[in-house]
Design a protein around this ligand. Structure first.
Ligand code: NAD
Length: 337
C-alpha cells in the first residue's frame, strides 16, 4: 500500500524502512500533518502519523477525499484524532498499544538517579574543568520510600526494579493491585496516603479526568518535605504552576520530567534558534534541582523496532481485509483521554 508518513524524523525513516518486509510504498514527508499539508496524502491508501500531528475532522475529510482509508498512529495515544469523523468518513484508525515498557521504565530509573545524584550538573562542571563537589551531595536510593502511581506495564517494572534492585520501600497506588508485586513486598495504599508518605513519587498512570493534576497544590502541601517527583507518563498529571510554587517554596526537593503539560508546542523540534514563549517551561529550566528531557523515554532501538513492525503489520492487515487487532475503539476514549 502507498503510505504517506508525516512528521518523519531520520529514525522513523530508518526503523520503518527496516521493518518494511511487505514492500509497502513508504513516502516520507517532513511536515507535520495538518489542514495545510493533508493534500500531500492524495493517492495514498494510508497515512502514518505521530503524537503531535493534527487528525481532526477537516484533515480527515481531505484525506478521505484523496483516497486514504487508514490512519496508522506510530504511538499509543490517539487524543489528536477525531474518531467520530473518522468513523463517519470510513477511515480506520490503528495505533501501537504497547511497545517496550522496559524502555520507559529504565529511563525513569535513569532520571531518578540523574537528578538525585546531580549527574547532569556534574558533567557540566567537569567539562568546564570544575572538579569541586560542593552542591553535588545526593542520597542513596537504598532504603528510601518510593511511591509508584500506576502499576501497569511500565509502573510494575519500575516498582520491581526499585524493590529488588535498589532495596527501596515501595508503596503503590492502582485501581487493580498486582499480586506479583505484593509478593515481593510492594505495599498498595490509597493514592493520598502514598503522596503523604513517599520521599519519591513516580507517575505511571494514564491521563484521565481522575488523574489530571494529581500533583497539585494540595498534594504538594500534604507531601513530605523535600519530595522528589518523577514523571515519564503524561505532562498534565502535574499542575505545572503548583509545581513551580512548590519548588520556589523549597517544599519540593527535586523534579525529573520527560513529559510536560504544554509539550505539543515544544517537543520533538529543534527550537535552539527560536524564542520560546512558554514562560512556565522556561521558569522550570532555571531550577538547579529540575531535570527535563523532551519525551524520549520510549526512544530505544527495541521500542522503535516494535513500533515500526506493529504499524506496518496493521497496514498489511488493512490491505488484505483482515481484522485490525490494533484498531482504536471508541470504548478506549474515556480512560485514555
Ligand atoms: P498501562 O495501561 O499498562 O498501566 C497503567 C496503569 O495505571 C494501570 O495499571 C491502571 O490500572 C493504572 N491506573 C489507571 N487509572 C489510575 C488511577 N486513577 N490511579 C492509579 N492508577 C491508575 O500503561 P503503561 O504502558 O504502563 O503506560 C503508563 C503511561 O506511560 C501511559 O499512560 C503513557 O502515557 C506513558 N508513556 C510514556 C512514554 C514516554 O515516552 N514518556 C512512552 C509510553 C507510555
Amino acid at each position: 500500500m502507498r503510505i504517506a508518513v508525516f512528521n518523519t524524523k531520520p529514525y522513523d525513516r530508518c526503523f520503518l524502512g527496516a521493518a518494511n518486509t511487505a514492500g509497502h510504498d513508504l513516502h516520507f514527508l517532513e511536515p507535520r500533518l495538518d489542514a495545510a499539508t493533508a493534500p500531500l496524502a492524495a493517492g495514498h491508501g494510508a497515512v502514518c502519523v505521530f503524537v503531535n500531528d493534527v487528525v481532526d475532522a477537516p484533515v480527515l475529510e481531505t484525506l478521505a477525499a484523496g483516497g486514504t482509508r487508514l490512519v496508522a498512529l506510530r504511538c499509543a495515544g490517539f487524543n489528536n484524532v477525531d474518531l467520530t469523523a473518522a468513523r463517519r468518513l470510513g477511515v480506520d484508525v490503528v495505533r501501537v498499544p504497547a511497545y517496550s515498557p522496559h524502555a520507559v521504565a529504565e529511563f525513569t530509573i535513569g532520571l531518578m538517579l540523574a537528578v538525585d545524584r546531580h549527574i547532569p550538573r556534574a558533567w557540566a562542571r567537569v567539562r568546564d574543568n570544575n572538579f569541586a563537589l560542593e552542591g553535588l551531595i545526593g542520597r542513596n536510593l537504598h532504603g528510601r520510600t518510593v511511591g509508584v502511581v500506576g502499576t501497569g506495564k511500565i509502573g510494575a517494572l519500575v516498582a520491581r526494579s526499585l524493590r529488588l534492585g535498589f532495596g527501596c520501600e515501595v508503596l503503590a497506588a492502582d485501581l487493580y493491585p498486582d499480586p506479583a508485586l505484593e509478593a515481593i513486598g510492594v505495599r498498595y495504599v490509597a493514592r493520598d496516603a502514598l503522596l503523604r508518605a513517599a520521599e519519591i513519587v513516580t507517575l505511571h498512570c494514564p491521563l484521565t479526568p481522575d488523574t489530571r493534576h494529581l500533583i497539585d497544590a494540595a498534594a504538594i502541601e500534604a507531601a513530605r518535605d523535600g519530595l522528589m517527583i518523577v514523571n515519564t507518563s503524561r505532562g498534565a498529571l502535574i499542575d505545572t504552576a503548583a509545581l513551580i510554587e512548590g519548588l520556589k517554596a523549597r517544599r519540593i526537593g527535586a523534579v525529573a520530567l520527560d513529559v510536560y503539560e504544554q509539550e505539543a508546542d515544544l517537543f520533538f523540534e529543534d527550537l535552539s534558534n527560536e524564542i520560546v514563549s512558554d514562560d512556565q517551561f522556561q521558569r522550570l529550566l532555571t531550577f538547579p534541582n529540575v531535570l527535563v528531557t523532551g519525551h524520549q523515554a520510549f526512544l530505544t532501538e527495541e521500542a522503535l523496532t516494535a513500533i515500526a513492525e506493529t504499524t506496518l503489520a496493521s497496514v498489511s492487515d488493512a490491505e488484505a481485509g483482515r481484522p485490525l487487532a490494533n484498531r482504536v475503539d471508541a470504548a478506549l476514549i474515556a480512560p485514555m483521554r
